[in-house]
Design a protein around this ligand. Structure first.
Ligand code: PMP
Length: 464
């Protein structure tokens, strides 16, 4: 550890902090407080733990902040595979392929029955835009441009670009960035805890899916090209779909010839205890996009995976020189991504991390339920695998969310105790109230006990 070696102690670390404060524009940050406070700089990580510039150790219950480092820190075999590949060939783009690109696509497809093609790019937002562009091009090729609308769901998030924000269901994220791209249409959410109708269980699930059909009928089915959904909504509140929801969604897509695009940027590659979130629900998507867990953050890689049916559509009219998918991502030609992704998947297989994710996820869900029994401020607990949330409410019967500052105080107090947890983006516009947990798939009972204990203490401190 470089803290132990003392390499970055004393004035070196001060220089780094000064450079950061002077020149780095941090993501998701109001910088005014930084002028007097000190930015947190993470120096090093190993397994489930990271160390900051003060030498303070943290249990990372959020896999690098945003559900990414699925196999944990310090994986030398990923670093070595990337190093070897970079020395051999770092990059070549355009229409050429690469050894790791070919091998990873084969491995990935082996986990995704019914899908056949992998399109490489570098971020979740971009992977989603690739699918949007494919949908739009299919509309032009087959339907005179008419079947071009893309439906997205309230509370879901698909990225940070203007087009993906136009497909974003969290208004507080997009409010200041309009005008938006036309042709994106919102459908209602499926959070049973805050059901829009007086229904529960499977009846609620079917009603939430039927609400999508109502939008399709209002827009005109011949104008709707695709439906884009997260399998389990992440930043919008850790929303696990209700019973009955997905089969009905699939049925609706088939009925109106609408392509189904599943955004697995968070759930993909093991997070929920299956390779992909949609695989819990027997869904047959046409597009699956993924990013974060694909190489656990060891390299920037994202994929838009499609069915052969979609791929075939881009081969017709081959004599027309404009008729293929006219898209490129410069860094889709980086070989570090698929080289890291291959090792990442091999680790998950060899260490049986999906089994661990299921076992530890079930344990953690039980522990969160026990916290709910103890703390009235927890209104609802939900999740799948090691992807869990606890929604905080000021009052259980009205379900009035807690003040956003109180939720932040819980996160802050856990941090002071050496446990990094998250809070989802506003589950109800104007509030920020779902505590979020996504430890690495290697988590042990001891790790989870520490995370739960810190949360327990923080809740007592903030809410009594
Ligand atoms: N989709 C979902 C479900 C996400 O959570 C995110 C990122 N939080 C994205 C897409 C966008 O990914 P990226 O930040 O890599 O562009």
């Amino acid at each position: 550890s470089f803290m132990m070696d003392g390499k970055f102690l004393d004035n070196d670390i001060e220089k780094i902090v000064d450079a950061d404060r002077a020149h780095v524009w941090h993501h998701l940050t109001q910088h005014k407080p930084f002028e007097t406070g000190e930015p947190r700089i993470i120096l090093e990580g190993k397994d489930m733990r990271v160390w900051d510039q003060k030498g303070k150790e943290y249990v990372d219950a959020v896999s690098g902040g945003v559900w990414t480092v699925n196999v944990g820190y310090g994986r030398e075999r990923i670093a070595n595979a990337v190093r070897d590949q970079l020395v051999k060939l770092p990059y070549f783009a355009g229409s050429a392929g690469s050894i790791p690109g070919a091998l990873f696509s084969e491995k990935l497809i082996s986990k995704m029955p019914g899908l056949t093609r992998v399109y490489y790019t570098n971020s979740g937002s971009e992977a989603n835009e690739k699918a949007f562009k494919m949908v739009r091009q299919i509309a032009h090729k087959r339907y005179g441009g008419k079947k071009h609308k893309i439906l997205y769901r309230d509370r879901d998030y698909h990225g940070t670009t203007i087009a993906t924000l136009s497909a974003g269901g969290q208004d507080e994220r997009s409010a200041q960035y309009g005008p938006y791209v036309p042709g994106f249409v919102r459908v209602p959410h499926c959070l049973e805890y805050r059901a829009q109708w007086d229904l529960s269980g499977e009846e609620y699930g079917i009603a939430a899916a039927n609400a999508i059909e109502e939008v399709i009928l209002a827009e005109g089915p011949d104008t709707v090209g695709a439906l884009c959904l997260e399998p389990i909504t992440a930043g919008g509140g850790v929303i696990v779909p209700p019973e009955g929801y997905w089969p009905r969604v699939q049925e609706i897509c088939e009925k109106y010839d609408i392509l189904l695009h599943i955004d697995e940027v968070v759930c993909g590659v093991g997070r929920t205890g299956t390779w992909f979130g949609y695989q819990h629900y027997g869904v047959k998507p046409d597009f699956v996009t993924m990013a974060k867990g694909v190489a656990s953050g060891y390299a920037a890689i994202a994929c838009c995976v499609t069915s052969e049916r979609v791929f075939e559509l881009f081969k017709d009219d081959a004599s027309d020189p404009l008729n293929y998918f006219r898209d490129i991502s410069t860094f889709g030609g980086c070989t570090a991504g698929p080289a890291a992704a291959l090792e990442n998947m091999a680790i998950i297989e060899e260490e049986n991390l999906l089994d661990n994710c299921n076992a530890m996820g079930a344990y953690m869900l039980d522990q969160l339920h026990a916290l709910k029994d103890k703390h009235a401020v927890i209104g609802d607990v939900r999740g799948k695998g090691l992807f869990l949330g606890a929604e905080l409410v000021a009052d259980r019967s009205s379900k009035e969310p807690v003040d956003e500052k109180q939720a932040q105080a819980v996160v802050g107090d856990c941090g002071a105790q050496g446990v990094i947890i998250g809070v989802t983006n506003r589950s109800i516009p104007g509030f920020n109230n779902t505590l979020c947990y996504s430890p690495a798939l290697i988590a042990t009972k001891d790790d989870i006990d520490q995370i739960i204990e810190a949360t327990d203490k923080a809740l007592t401190k903030v809410f009594g």
